[in-house]
Ligand binder design. Structure first.
Ligand SMILES: *Cc1c(COP(=O)(O)O)cnc(C)c1O
Length: 371
C-alpha cells in the first residue's frame, strides 16, 4: 500500500461500474441506460438556462434544490409527499452513500440480499458498517420471512432494491408493509431505481411509517444517467438527518443545469409514460424470444432481464455478442456466474441481440455430434 494513503484506502472494495466503451455502432445493453433520449423539454430547458449569459455557471446553484424538491413532491402529490420529505443527490448512488452514513450505521449488521446491487457492500466498507447477506431463494425471489423472523435487537437495518438488481424480480407492497411493522425501530430502505418499469412503489407507505426511506433516480426511467440526479423520500426527520450529512460533505451536489433538466423531465408525463411503456413492451417481447431459444429468463419488472442458457457458458455468449459489437453484462459472482444481464434497448437493438443469439444457438447445435 502506498505510504501516503489513509489506512482505510487499502481495505476498500470499490464498486466496478459497467464499461462505457468508445466504439462506434455499438449496441450497448450493459448498464441499464434508457434506450430513448430524455424528454425534448429537458435539452430545451438546459439550453435556455445556458443562454442566460452564463450567470447560471458563474453563480453557485441553489444548495437546497428547492424548486426540484417542490417538483418531485408535486409529482408524487397523490402520496401526500411534501417538499420537506425530499432529499436530493448527485445520482441516487450519492443519495445512498449519505443514507448508509446517516441512517444505517448502528453497530449491528445491516441486512441485504446475497444477490443485489453491489454498491451496498462497497458503502459498508467505506463507512465501517457491519453487514449480512441474506440468500435469495433458488428462483431468486426474496423470501420476506427470512427478514420478518429476525430478532429486531440483533440487526442494524434492511436495504434492498425493488425490483431487485440484477435479478429484476419485484416484491409486492404487502411484504414491505409487513417488514416495516416487524422492525419498527429499524430503517427499511427501498431502492426504487427501476420501480417505474413495473413494480409497486413503497411511497404510498411513507406517511404511515417513520422507518421507511425510498430512493429513486432520474438515470433509468427518465433517460438522464448522464445528468446525475437522484432523490430519497421519507418523513421529514429522516431528511433532516440526511441533510446534516450532505452538508458535512458537499453543499452543492446538483448543479444548475441538472436541477433545471430534472424539473423539465418531470413536467412531461406523456413522454415518460410512452417511453416506459415501450421499454416494458420490448422487455416482454425479448423475454419471449429468448425463452423460445431455450434460455431461462427470470421474470423482470425492470429495464433489464437476467437470463441463462442451460447449454452455453455465459462468458462465451458475452464474448460472442461482443464480437458483434453487442455489449451485455456478465457478473463473475457466485450464483449468477451462469447468467447474462441484458438491458432493454430499442426494438431494433433487441431484435439484433435476439438474432445474434439465435444464430449462435443454431450454429452450435449443428456442431453437436449426431447421437
Ligand atoms: C442504477 C442504480 C442506482 C443508481 O443510479 P444513479 O445513476 O446513481 O442514480 C441505484 N440503485 C440501483 C439498484 C441501480 O441499479
Amino acid at each position: 500500500m502506498n505510504p501516503y494513503w489513509s489506512r482505510i484506502v487499502g481495505d476498500l472494495a470499490p464498486y466496478t461500474p459497467g464499461e462505457q466503451p468508445k466504439l462506434d455502432r455499438l449496441i450497448k445493453l450493459n448498464t441499464n441506460e434508457n434506450p430513448y433520449p430524455p424528454a425534448p423539454g429537458v435539452v430545451a430547458a438546459i439550453q435556455e438556462e445556458l443562454g442566460a449569459a452564463g450567470d447560471s455557471l458563474r453563480r453557485y446553484p441553489d444548495p437546497e434544490g428547492g424548486a426540484l424538491k417542490a417538483a418531485i413532491a408535486h409529482h408524487y402529490r397523490q402520496f401526500g409527499i411534501a417538499r420537506e420529505q425530499v432529499f436530493l443527490g448527485n445520482g441516487s448512488d450519492e443519495v445512498l452513500a449519505h443514507v448508509f452514513c446517516a441512517l444505517l450505521k448502528h453497530g449491528r449488521p445491516l441486512l441485504f440480499p446475497d444477490i443485489t446491487y453491489s454498491f451496498y457492500p462497497a458503502y459498508c466498507k467505506l463507512y465501517g458498517i457491519a453487514f449480512e447477506r441474506v440468500p435469495l431463494a433458488d428462483d431468486f425471489s426474496l423470501r420476506i420471512d427470512d427478514y420478518l423472523e429476525r430478532d429486531s435487537a440483533q440487526i442494524g437495518g434492511i436495504i434492498f432494491p425493488n425490483p431487485n438488481a440484477p435479478t429484476g424480480r419485484a416484491l409486492a407492497l404487502d411484504a414491505i408493509r409487513a417488514l416495516l411493522r416487524a422492525h419498527p425501530r429499524h430503517m427499511v430502505v427501498i431502492d426504487e431505481a427501476y420501480v417505474d418499469f413495473g413494480a409497486e412503489s413503497a411511497l404510498v407507505l411513507v406517511r404511515e411509517h417513520a422507518n421507511l426511506l425510498v430512493t429513486q433516480t432520474f438515470s433509468k426511467s427518465r433517460s438522464l444517467a448522464g445528468l446525475r440526479v437522484g432523490f430519497a423520500i421519507g418523513q421529514p426527520e429522516l431528511i433532516t438527518g440526511l441533510e446534516r450529512v450532505k452538508n458535512s460533505f458537499n453543499s452543492y451536489p446538483l448543479d444548475h443545469l441538472a436541477q433545471v433538466g430534472a424539473i423539465a423531465a418531470l413536467s412531461d408525463n406523456a413522454y415518460f409514460e410512452r417511453t416506459r411503456a415501450a421499454v416494458m413492451q420490448s422487455r416482454e417481447e425479448l423475454a419471449r424470444q429468448l425463452a423460445a431459444l431455450g434460455f431461462g429468463v427470470i421474470p423482470s419488472a425492470a429495464n433489464f432481464i437476467l437470463v441463462r442458457h442451460p447449454e452455453f457458458d455465459a462468458a462465451v455468449l458475452a464474448q460472442h455478442l461482443r464480437e458483434l459489437h453487442i455489449i451485455v453484462r456478465h457478473f463473475r459472482q457466485p450464483r449468477i456466474n451462469d447468467y447474462l444481464r441484458i438491458s432493454i434497448g430499442t426494438p431494433e437493438e433487441c431484435a439484433a441481440l435476439a438474432a445474434a443469439l439465435q444464430y449462435f444457438v443454431s450454429q452450435s447445435n449443428k456442431k453437436e455430434p449426431a447421437p
